[in-house]
Ligand binder design. Structure first.
Ligand code: NAD
Length: 261
């Protein structure tokens, strides 16, 4: 299996969980000079965990928003293993700014990584499965913001909204080839993308007060859901997004009636 953005957070947890369930794991990472050291450490840790569970690992540097990188990444995985059974489209970024002030290039950058990058990888995986006449599974790591608007993060909201129809359209188009495409929709999860609040007790309490279950999610909880959707237990499930969010998509403001009494 191949997981994009697998060197941290939810991607790393999925890599380790899938190894626990017996998969060999290709861990994609994008590393620039500034990120390199931290990435190296987290990859070493992730690799070690994968190997402890008996899985083989491959480490592949690639920027999913770049066509030639995605091509090379798939060539490397297929050259090593002859196939790739599962693709986890996990790589993602978010950029905050008032929408009326947002540099449109930044908007495009988010869409290019979160949505176009996921499509590039999905397309390459599907080409491979069709050529081999093999089944395959894609999991798109989306977000509660697939359906909940996120002011000041318009690129992110649009990218994840797009992911819903990426999941549904590919699922319908390739269901007859036994290629399943599903999404997971994490709520607020303890990972580096949320460094703005996870290590600040006051900010974290503020975030968690909005969640019906009153706590943020763990990356491992997202990984377990992704592993389920990859497994044969989910053999008849396609085109769905499973939200793992402690109730965040349940219109938390309606927890107590305020409009009818
Ligand atoms: P994270 O920042 O730890 O992980 C994102 C990963 O994507 C990083 O490893 C990063 O290096 C990688 N990445 C970014 N751009 C890339 C590119 N161009 N090519 C390859 N890799 C790239 O944060 P995370 O929370 O683990 O995020 C993983 C996914 O989960 C993202 O798609 C994110 O939108 C989604 N998500 C996270 C949360 C949350 O609360 N943490 C909630 C909903 C959805």
């Amino acid at each position: 299996m191949l997981v994009t953005g697998g060197s941290s957070g939810i991607g790393q947890a999925i890599a380790i969980k899938m190894a626990e369930y017996g998969a060999d794991v290709a861990i994609n990472f994008r590393s620039n000079r500034a990120e390199a050291e931290a990435t190296e450490q987290s990859i070493a840790w992730c690799r070690n965990q994968v190997q402890q569970h008996g899985g083989q690992d491959l480490l592949i540097q690639a920027d999913v928003s770049k066509k030639e990188d995605v091509e090379r990444m798939f060539e490397e995985v297929i050259a090593a293993w002859g196939t790739v059974d599962f693709l986890i489209n996990n790589a993602g970024i978010q950029i905050a700014a008032d929408s009326h002030m947002l540099d449109v290039e930044k908007f495009i950058q988010v869409i290019n990584i979160n949505t176009v990058g996921a499509f590039r990888c999905a397309q390459r995986a599907i080409q491979h499965w069709l050529a081999q006449e093999k089944p395959g599974v894609i999991i798109n790591v989306s977000s509660v913001h697939q359906i909940i608007p996120k002011p000041r993060f318009v690129g992110y909201s649009v990218s994840k909204g797009g992911m819903q129809n990426l999941t549904r359209t590919l699922a319908l188009e390739y269901a007859g080839h036994n290629i399943r495409v599903n999404g997971i929709g994490p709520g607020a999860t303890i990972t580096p993308i949320n460094r703005a609040w996870v290590d600040d007790p006051e900010k974290r309490a503020q975030v968690e007060s909005h969640i019906p279950m009153r706590r943020a999610g763990e990356a491992e909880e997202m990984a377990e859901a992704a592993a389920f959707l990859c497994s044969d237990l989910a053999a008849y499930i396609t085109g769905q997004t499973l939200f793992i969010d402690g109730g965040l998509t349940l219109y938390a403001d309606f927890e107590t009636a305020w409009s009818s009494e």
